[in-house]
Design a protein. Structure first.
Length: 207
């Protein structure tokens, strides 16, 4: 029997024990923070939302904090795992005058993408997410693994096993396709001008 399993950390797709497609999720938070900081370089205080129920939460916090120090950025971490906590966290951003937000990779956050996009617009917070689906829903920017590529690789793996390959003989593959997506309509709403360099880096620009 072949089964596809997704862990709650949004960072691994695996087919059978020891075999599968590994795609980065939590590890990309550093890059995402750098991109949003490049958009608003004068901001000195930022925030990151982390789901404490995610097994990668500690790694996310540690890696992103190191990046924040290198950027000279004071970073606040908010642990959120429910819809009301997301509401409260955004209100806190406004109260504390926090100028930018990065949202760590998490499947629950993806499910709440409409809420994230709406609150970021309400409080006028420039934010970067981990999946293009949030940007399609109205989020400003996203940087993360191309999930469709990971699914395709997982399908190829399943096909090999169904054709008789032994799972133990198949190496774990690393998905290396990432995508940077920008929503220009949202940028205009937030009165932000996207630098030409970021537009050139973008894999997709939503107008």
């Amino acid at each position: 029997m072949v089964s596809t399993r997704f862990n709650s950390g949004w960072s691994r797709v695996s087919i059978s024990l020891g075999t599968g497609v590994n795609f980065l999720g939590a590890e990309l938070g550093e890059k995402a923070l750098g991109l949003i900081h490049e958009l608003v370089p004068n901001v000195t205080v930022g925030a990151t939302f982390v789901n404490p129920k995610n097994p990668n939460a500690d790694a996310v916090t540690r890696n992103v904090q190191e990046t924040a120090r290198s950027l000279g950025l004071q970073l606040h971490f908010f642990n959120v795992s429910t819809a009301p906590e997301i509401d409260t966290a955004f209100a806190s951003l406004a109260e504390q005058q926090i100028g930018m937000l990065s949202v760590s990779a998490d499947p629950y956050f993806l499910a709440r993408r409409d809420q994230f996009a709406a609150l970021a617009a309400r409080y006028a917070v420039p934010a970067i997410y981990f999946a293009r689906e949030v940007v399609i829903s109205g989020g400003l920017m996203s940087y993360g693994t191309d999930i469709s590529d990971a699914y395709r690789r997982a399908g190829i793996y399943a096909g090999k096993i169904l054709k008789g390959a032994k799972p133990a003989d198949l190496p774990v593959e690393q998905s290396t396709r990432f995508e940077f997506v920008i929503n220009l309509k949202t940028a205009k709403t937030l009165r932000l001008t996207i630098p030409a360099r970021l537009l050139a880096l973008a894999d997709e620009v939503i107008e």
